[in-house]
Every structure is written in structure tokens, then in C-alpha cells.
Design a protein around this ligand. Structure first.
Ligand code: G6P
Length: 603
């Protein structure tokens, strides 16, 4: 959470580079923003509550500056006010920070005893004051940073400017992402390459407990002992356009409509990887249990993976929330594979769970979207989903890419173990091939979902029901609606509703359900009738044509008949569009819902 950027340039355009970069980092938090830049031999700071637009109103773009740092915030310590917004300044030091300083209260007391007066409620201001305190002692930034790293507990990606060195930015990192971008006559620091892609796709990754010294024509890297280190230059394959909104009203809509392409790319890449790396596949097939560990939507993708891996590959799977898994007894041994699923590859709890597992020497596989992210670099094996940059906070194309990846794993392992008949294999392979077309057909019916949205938007509670695989899918459908439309929704296994929660069902609680399993459909329909009997309008997603005659159902969404390996994607598309259209009718901030952030780098 929080996005940071910095630039040292000879072209005097630092301010516009910072503002443009911050726009691309807003997915990391957007409750306040600020920049600090060198001007008239001093450091000028401009901050604002709210999104970057509000900050832009305060900035004079005609000012020339060769160096600056910027920040977009997701509040942790202190409310989202202008005062708490970054950059923070103490004495000669100005910083922006992403992360959490865990021992900030102790440090704050020590600094207050030395006479330091704090202006904000943030942990960042304490970090800034500590840097200034060390700088006053050492008069040397390298020495200052080394002492700082020893004193600080917690996570940080920091960009710092010292008043005595107006041509230099210092970058310091532990547990929060930070990269250094390079091009001729200007160098950058950023939380994510997307922030600087319009200037360069060449970059260096800073590792934990390293720091860098950046000027317009040099980048130097150091370890925590202050010894200079060499780093490998990387080149991002993304282009600046890949993160644009194109002609769509929202990033979320664009990302929903990109799914035929992103899924095709993911299917091709993962199929090729599993076909060519036969030793990886035999290893994957040999594990006696799999723990899938993730947060949020990625955890929901894991639930679908569990169903497919257990049903078809005959491997018991446990799906765990990373924030719980990392602190509990897990009964791990080398016969257990831990799969970490993560779009960003930097979610704090998923990363911490991964570290815990690695310390026990348990094999790990990452299913990750962002190339070279912390999780991707830390796992034993990585499979990259090919969703491309996902900007909308509510995940759509990254989720379906994770699901298809797990589906391909289940299929490949089942084949490897000879658990599928030849005819089944042929049908499944045909389904994977046809999937992009099937999705395009569903996406062509946007008006259907607009209609459903006009029926849903005024309700304050909506129930999502399903059994088996449908239950796993409904959990994500329910989350999507909550995230962006702010309508409360509950997801329940259809058979469990009567054990208490049915007391909440009335004509004011619409029910959205899916029934796509011929063995369970009748049972699900009986449960839906129980809700219809209490007045609830029912919206049913199904691939079973015979269900479409039932008068107790308000509206059907009929899916083509497919195997379970692609079915989860087909169910997800209507759920995404129902959430999107409902939020649209309500006039919500779809791409940046309140209180959320896309990349959660705090516990
Ligand atoms: C945040 C996002 C969710 C995401 C979750 C896990 O909560 O808002 O959309 O599913 O983090 O993120 P990851 O990057 O690990 O998939």
C-alpha cells in the first residue's frame, strides 16, 4: 500500500514526471497525496487530502525542478488528512514512505525527549526525524542510513532528500517493493515499473536491507554495511499503453473485456510450461497434499483450485488465508506443496506466510501476475499468469487467470496420473481452446446485466448461494459486489442457509445463485425455492436448460455446456458484470472503491 516515486532529471520536468507517475500508482492507495521538489535552492512540499486530481489543482506546473519525490497514501497511522499526507520533513531531511515502522512509538518518545516536536500522527514522520537526528550526528547520508536500518523495525520503502544534497535521492528498502529506473539524463525510483514506463523500461530491483544513491546521471547501490554492490539491470516487457484505459469508461470494464485475450495467453503459456518441463509436472503430481495460501480474491481462486485438484487430480487440498496460516500449526512436511497465489506478488501476509514455509524447507510454487515481484522471486517454482497490468482495485482478469492456471495444473496432474479417459482429455482440451470465444459470447450480452443491475441497486442486502464448485465461485461474486457497489452481501452454501440465516430472507433480499453441477442442481433448486417461498427474487446462472422452466426463478443466465475445467470462468463473467453494472447504476467510484487498495503491503 502507498505508492512512491522519485526522479532526478536534467530536463527540469520533475513535477510533471512525479504527478504522472503518481496517477499510475494510485491503485496502491488514494486517500491523500503529495510531492516535494527542489526549487529556488530549497525544498518545496505540496500535499493534499483525496486523490491525485486534488493535488494537481494545487501545483503550478510551470515551475522548473530537477529533482523530487512523491507519494500516494493508504492511511495506516493517522487519518487521511493533508497533515498526515507525505512527504514529511524534519530538519534537513524530507521523505516519502511505504510500509509500517513497528517500533515508531518507542523511537518517537526517545526523539521527543531530545526535543523533537511532531506535526502528524504518522510513523513516517518518526522515521524522518530519526534520519535527521542521525544526519545531525554523522553529517553523512550513507552512515545515517546504515544506522537508521539498524534502529528501525518494520517494513519500509523510503525515498529521502537531504537539504545539503539537492541533486541526490536516497532510496532505502526492507519488505516493501522499490525499484530504480534508469535512462539517459534522468533516473527514477518507484514502487512499481508502471509509474515510470513512459520514460524507461530499464530498471534495477532493490533487495531488502539495501539502499541506493540516485542522481540524474548515476545510480549506486549499497548493502547494509555501506559496501557498494553491483546489480543486474532488468528490462520490463510491458509498454506504457498496456496500462491505459483505452476507450472504456472504467479500468474494471476494460479488464473484464480483456479476458478472452488474457486467458488465451495464460492457457498457452502454462500449457507450454507444463508440457516442456516434465520434471516439474512429475514433481507436482507427487505431493501428498497441497496447501493453497492467499488473500482476498486470490484465496477465492484457490477455492476453485481445491475443487478441481481434489476432484480430478486426487490430491487433498487445504485453502488458507495467509493472515491466519502464518500464525497457526500447519503440519507441514516435504511431501506437502505450498502454493502461494497472488496478483501483485507483494501482499504482506502472503509474503510472510511464504517466508515461514521456506524456513521449514517446504517446497513452494507461486502463481503470480507481476513479474519479478517479491513472491515470484522467493518461491521455488513460479508460474506467471498472463493477465497483464490490472489497475482496477477489484480484481477480475487476474482472478480468472489464477483460476485457469489452477485448472490447467489439475488437468495436467490428472493426466500425468492417468486419471482421465482419452475422450475426457479431448473434451477438456477442446474446452480450453474454445474458452476465449465462449467468454466473448457472454460479454456480448451486457444489456442483460444492466437490466439485472436496475433491479438490484436499491437493495441493501443480497445473498449469494451455491453448492460445491458453485459455492466457491459465489464467494468471489459476493466479494466483487461488496467491494464496488457497497451493497452488503452474504455468500452461503445453499444447503446451509436453513440452519439459521434463512431468517434474514425476505422479498427485500435478492438471491444470486449458480447451479452448474447435474448431481447437485436439484438440491440447489430446492434451497432456492425455500428462499422464493419467502419472497426473495432469484437470479440463477446455470448450464442446465431444464431448469429454465421453473417459475420461481426471476431471471436466468444460461451458460453453454462445458467441462468443469473452464466452467468456473464462464460463471465468473456474469458475476463480474452484475457487480460492475450495479455499482455503475449506483454511481460508485468503481476503479477506486472507498477504503481499499489493490496492493496490501501491510499486515
Ligand atoms: C487486496 C486487493 C484484492 C486482492 C488481495 C490479494 O485486498 O484489493 O483484490 O485479491 O489484496 O492481493 P494479491 O496481489 O496477493 O492477489
Amino acid at each position: 500500500m502507498c505508492g512512491i516515486i522519485g526522479v532526478a532529471t536534467k530536463n527540469k520536468q520533475a513535477i510533471s514526471i512525479l504527478l504522472e507517475g503518481l496517477e499510475h500508482l494510485q491503485y496502491r492507495g488514494y486517500d491523500s497525496a503529495g510531492i516535494a521538489f527542489i526549487h529556488n535552492n530549497g525544498i518545496q512540499i505540496i500535499k493534499s487530502q483525496g486523490q491525485i486530481e486534488a493535488l494537481k489543482q494545487k501545483v503550478d506546473l510551470t515551475i522548473n525542478s530537477n529533482l523530487g519525490i512523491g507519494h500516494t497514501r493508504w492511511a495506516t497511522h493517522g487519518r487521511a488528512t493533508t497533515n498526515n499526507a507525505h512527504p514529511h520533513q524534519c530538519g534537513k531531511i524530507t521523505i516519502v514512505h511505504n510500509g509500517i515502522i513497528e517500533n515508531y512509538l518507542t523511537l518517537k518518545e526517545e526523539l521527543q525527549q531530545k526535543g523533537c516536536v511532531f506535526q502528524s500522527d504518522t510513523d513516517t514522520e518518526v522515521a524522518c526525524a530519526l534520519l535527521d537526528d542521525y544526519y545531525a550526528q554523522y553529517q553523512d547520508m550513507k552512515q545515517t542510513i546504515r544506522q537508521f536500518m539498524k534502529a528501525i523495525q518494520g517494513s519500509y520503502a523510503i525515498a529521502a532528500i537531504c537539504m545539503d544534497e539537492p541533486n541526490t535521492i536516497y532510496a532505502i528498502k526492507k519488505d516493501s517493493p522499490l525499484l530504480i529506473g534508469t535512462s539517459s539524463n534522468q533516473n527514477f525510483i518507484a514502487s512499481d515499473i508502471q509509474a515510470i514506463l513512459m520514460h524507461t523500461n530499464h530498471y534495477y530491483l532493490l533487495d531488502d536491507l539495501e539502499f541506493a544513491i540516485i542522481t540524474a546521471d548515476s545510480t549506486l547501490f549499497y548493502n547494509q554495511d555501506g559496501i557498494e554492490i553491483m546489480k543486474e539491470e532488468k528490462e520490463a516487457s510491458l509498454s506504457a499503453n498496456s496500462a491505459s484505459k483505452a476507450c472504456y469508461e472504467h479500468y474494471m470494464l476494460k479488464e473484464i473485456y480483456e479476458q478472452p485475450t488474457t486467458l488465451k495467453a495464460t492457457i498457452e503459456t502454462v500449457t507450454k510450461l507444463l508440457k516442456t518441463n516434465t520434471s516439474l509436472l512429475s514433481r507436482l503430481a507427487s505431493y501428498k497434499r497441497i496447501d493453497i495460501v492467499a488473500c482476498g480474491t486470490a484465496m477465492h481462486a484457490g477455492l476453485v483450485g481445491k475443487y478441481l485438484l481434489e476432484t480430478y487430480a486426487h490430491i487433498p487440498v487445504s485453502v488458507e488465508l495467509a493472515s491466519e496460516y502464518r500464525y497457526k500449526q500447519n503440519f507441514l512436511d516435504p511431501q506437502v506443496l505450498v502454493i502461494i497465489v497472488s496478483q501483485s506478488g507483494e501482499t504482506a501476509d502472503s509474503l510472510a506466510a511464504l517466508k515461514m514455509v521456506k524456513e521449514k524447507h517446504i517446497p513452494t510454487l507461486g502463481i503470480v501476475n507481476v513479474v519479478d515481484s517479491c513472491i515470484a522471486r522467493s518461491v521455488d517454482y513460479v508460474i506467471y499468469t498472463q493477465a497483464g497490468p490490472e489497475i482496477a482495485v477489484a480484481s477480475t482478469k487476474a482472478y480468472t487467470a489464477q483460476v485457469i492456471c489452477l485448472s490447467l495444473l489439475a488437468f495436467s496432474i490428472a493426466k500425468q496420473k492417468n486419471l482421465l479417459a482419452e475422450t475426457q482429455i479431448e473434451m477438456i482440451e477442446k474446452d480450453f481452446e474454445q474458452l476465449p470465444e465462449l467468454i466473448s459470447a457472454l460479454l456480448a450480452n451486457r444489456d442483460d446485466y444492466k437490466q439485472i443491475a436496475t433491479n438490484l441497486y436499491s437493495h441493501s442486502d443480497i445473498f449469494y448461494l451455491g453448492r460445491g464448485l458453485d459455492y466457491a465461485l459465489m464467494q468471489e461474486g459476493s466479494l466483487k459486489l461488496k467491494e464496488i457497489s457497497y451493497i452488503h452481501s452474504e455468500c452461503y452454501p445453499a444447503g446451509e442457509l436453513k440452519h439459521g440465516t434463512i431468517s434474514l430472507i425476505t422479498e427485500k433480499t435478492p438471491v444470486i445463485a449458480s447451479a452448474t453441477n447435474s448431481i447437485l442442481d436439484d438440491k440447489t433448486i430446492s434451497n432456492l425455492k425455500e428462499t422464493a417461498a419467502r419472497g426473495a427474487p432469484i437470479y440463477l446462472i446455470t448450464n442446465n436448460v431444464s431448469l429454465s422452466n421453473d417459475p420461481s426463478i426471476t431471471k436466468y443466465i444460461l451458460l453453454p455446456s462445458t467441462t468443469d475445467f473452464v466452467l468456473p470462468i464462464l460463471v465468473s463473467i456474469p458475476l463480474q458484470l452484475i457487480a460492475y453494472e450495479t455499482a455503475l447504476v449506483k454511481g460508485c467510484s468503481i476503479d477506486k472503491p472507498r477504503n481499499l487498495a489493490k496492493s496490501v503491503t501491510v499486515e
